[in-house]
Design a protein around this ligand. Structure first.
Ligand code: SAH
Length: 213
């Protein structure tokens, strides 16, 4: 649970998001119940509730709360059970998803970032987030298939292993890198094919190959 002072701040942040992007009641609640301050480096705490991305070290960023809200809505979490995230980073997006999905499986290629994220999940009592240090482009076959798959870093293509680990009718949301621009794209798996829908321009760090220890 979240303390009252923090809830006042996260509620105000959700209200700020609502001014520019419509939030469903469930996603709004998930955002209010996620202590964003815990995911931001101490020196950056005073900016935790602004609608900006912030540096978290290792040249990576905690996504802006507005971006997290959008990606979460585009995933259509209602009725879905299990989600795979590629790019755990600070863990903030995974923590929001933990309030909406029964199981969150999140992969991060930079070991130090993931060990910090795991500490935060433990402190916040988020027991339904499972993590792995790996190149997320391979997915996580052991727990497949997933109802939803989220890329929190920008890929140039969706690897076949990821498509294989998605349920029929499952949804992938990814900031696709295309001709020097990134577009949030939603894919629905129909048979062995992905039906694709381009939603809006965005800015994420790129998907990078391999693991960094
Ligand atoms: N979801 C995060 C956003 C982090 S930024 C948050 O809420 O804070 C994107 C993250 O994707 C970075 O931490 C980066 O290291 C990671 N990443 C990039 N390529 C990856 C890959 N191939 N496999 C797993 N993680 C990757």
């Amino acid at each position: 649970m979240i303390d009252r002072i923090t809830a006042i701040k996260t509620t105000r942040m959700a209200d700020d998001i609502s001014k520019v992007f419509e939030l469903s009641p469930k996603v709004r609640e998930a955002i209010i119940n996620t202590n964003r301050e815990k995911f931001v480096p101490a020196a950056m705490r005073q900016h935790a509730y602004k609608l900006d991305a912030l540096p978290i070290g290792a040249q990576q960023y905690i996504s802006s709360p507005l971006t997290v809200a959008k990606m979460t809505e585009y995933l259509e979490p209602e009725g879905a059970d299990r989600i795979l995230e590629i790019g755990c980073g600070s863990g903030y997006q995974a923590a929001v998803l933990a309030h909406l999905f029964r199981g969150v499986f999140s992969i991060e290629r930079i070991e130090t970032l993931l060990s910090d994220a795991k500490k935060r999940f433990r402190e916040l009592g988020l027991q339904n987030i499972h993590t792995r240090t790996d190149d997320g482009q391979k997915g996580w076959a052991q727990y497949a298939p997933y109802d939803r798959i989220l890329f929190s870093a920008a890929p140039t293509f969706i690897p076949q292993a990821i498509i294989d680990q998605l349920v029929p009718r499952g949804i992938i949301v990814a900031p696709m890198e295309k001709n020097g621009q990134q577009v949030i794209t939603r894919f629905v798996k129909i048979g062995d094919e992905l039906m694709e829908d381009e939603l809006e321009v965005c800015e994420f760090v790129p998907v990078v190959d391999g693991v960094q220890r």
